[in-house]
Design a protein around this ligand. Structure first.
Ligand code: PLP
Length: 495
């Protein structure tokens, strides 16, 4: 099979293998790793339709993680997508209002981050073995709520790894915070910061590229890696469910082989929708990629004007995992639409860093023709939750509701009736206050009582991930300022 190599979006330094890119997380020049070419699926979609999730995962991932052996990759997949999911299908589909909801929240932390973070630790420890890396891997992660818990659930007690998570103290839901603070595992640490997600992410990036700290760590036998969606080891597993979703539609007779589907993705850091774009590059028949934002609509503005401008107020919404003004993975798309021009991409990122704004060329804009952008206000998000419940007795979470609203708008404005897959990124139980409020129910009850009420309303059992919070102990209690984060890292590593 063809070896696919990875290079930085910001310079033309020598390409590295997939396993090396997974270990490094970020390229040395601060850029993101991108594949130097896109192979295409070598099984037909109807062949893939006969396979289970694990089978499809292997067929997709082998293309882009080509330096992993079949045995290595299949072992990673088997370990990741098994009994930690609450359904054998791994990703069930549910039809509502004529669209298909791809339920990506059946993993251990009931948000779609599990799809990649259940497998990343296996990919990373395999990559370490392959590359003769024997230092302890330190995962440093900034989270807007879901990544942190999902990363810890994946890495907890994995030998040879430690994981440290920073989250905005007042920017996550009550269930999200409880999930993180009760995290077990001798190698885990959670720290709340007085600031928002962008503050946490910016500082993590800075600590990550602190040469003096890296050198000191190396001496003590530690090496940083990243579990954020900038890691190619997170992106590649996310392509799988779009291919899988398509093949289930094929199996149900909803589409015929080769028919395009539109994919609607509630977007924050741009990882999930980029995975759908990569799916299209691998040969998945995709019509439009519809990027749904909440009130932090920096991406909607970008898709409509070609200007990305982060100079605006950061708004806390009911879909906190999308409260982001700097969507890191967009850098990869910029690189691809610039015709793989690292210098041009680096210049745009430089503008973003120094001025907080950049504008792409008209030629690059043409590369965005597969994308459509939309956004939902808080009222529209709540309205979508209620409308879909009233019509279908189906309860969706606020992130998914943003996508549902944007899709409704898109369809009405474009008249495009192509079959649509909507990425359903979280269980409503994770955001139960906002959901119950939207449904006109009492919302300010103790978390677990509220979960019971939502369960009755939705006709869905309380997920195990929430049930265990009934008796779980709080194990983490550190809160710090942004400028104290590095000190917390040192303390965790006992430097
Ligand atoms: C992370 C997250 C998103 C945003 O995904 P990106 O890949 O960051 O665009 C949307 N919804 C939920 C529930 C999430 O956890």
């Amino acid at each position: 099979m063809k070896e696919i190599m990875y290079k930085s979006t910001r310079s033309d330094s020598a390409p590295v293998t997939a396993s090396r890119a997974i270990l490094m997380g970020l390229a040395e020049d601060g850029g993101l790793f991108v594949p130097t070419e896109f192979p295409v699926l070598d099984k037909s979609l109807s062949e893939l339709a006969k396979m289970d999730y694990q089978g499809v995962a292997y067929e997709v991932m082998k293309l882009l993680l080509s330096d992993f052996t079949e045995k290595e990759l299949k072992s990673c997949i088997r370990n990741a997508y098994g009994t930690s999911f609450d359904t054998e299908e791994i990703v069930p589909l549910r039809r509502a209002e004529g669209a298909w909801y791809l339920e990506l929240f059946h993993g251990p932390t009931i948000a779609f981050k599990d799809m990649a973070l259940q497998i990343l630790p296996h990919l990373m420890t395999t990559a370490a073995r392959k590359n003769g890396e024997n230092k302890e891997i330190v995962i440093l992660t900034a989270t807007s709520g879901d990544t942190g818990k999902a990363a810890m659930a994946g890495f907890a007690n994995v030998p040879g790894t430690r994981i440290m998570v920073f989250y905005p103290k007042n920017g996550v839901s009550s269930i999200q915070e409880k999930q993180m603070l009760t995290q077990k595992g001798v190698n885990t640490r959670v720290v709340g910061i007085r600031g928002n997600f962008d503050d946490a992410q910016t500082e993590v990036k800075r600590i990550f590229s602190d040469e003096a700290l890296r050198a000191e760590m190396a001496e003590k036998g530690f090496v940083f890696s990243s579990a954020n969606s900038i890691n190619i080891g997170r992106l590649v597993p996310q392509i799988v469910y779009y291919v899988y979703g398509y093949t289930r539609l094929l199996e149900k007779g909803v589409v015929r082989e080769g028919d395009p589907v539109n994919i609607v993705v509630p977007t924050g850091n741009f990882g999930n929708i980029l995975a759908a774009y990569y799916g299209a590059r691998l040969g998945l028949p995709v019509g439009k990629l519809i990027c749904a934002s909440n009130s932090n609509k920096v991406l909607f503005d970008f898709f409509t004007t070609g200007t990305y401008d982060r100079n605006r107020d950061f708004i806390l919404t009911s879909s906190p995992s999308m409260d982001i003004l700097v969507s890191s993975n967009l850098e990869r798309l910029l690189y691809h639409i610039s015709g793989d021009d690292a210098a041009a991409t680096a210049a745009l990122m430089e503008d973003l860093n120094t001025k907080g704004v950049y504008t792409i060329t008209d030629q690059m804009k043409e590369g965005l023709d597969k994308f459509a952008g939309g956004y939902a206000t808080e009222a529209q998000t709540a309205e979508a939750i209620r409308r879909i419940y009233d019509a279908e007795q189906y309860v969706i979470d606020p992130h998914t509701a943003v996508a549902a609203h944007v899709y409704g708008d898109y369809r009405a404005q474009s008249g495009d009736g192509t079959t649509a897959l909507i990425a359903s990124t979280a269980s409503p139980f994770k955001f139960e206050n906002s959901v119950m409020q939207a449904l006109g129910e009492p919302a300010y009850l103790p978390d677990l009582e509220l979960a019971d009420r939502l369960s009755e309303k939705a006709g869905v059992a309380v997920p195990e991930a929430v049930n265990i919070l009934r008796t779980a102990l709080i194990r983490h209690n550190i809160v710090c300022n942004r400028n104290e984060m590095k000190q917390e890292v040192r303390r965790f590593l006992e430097l």
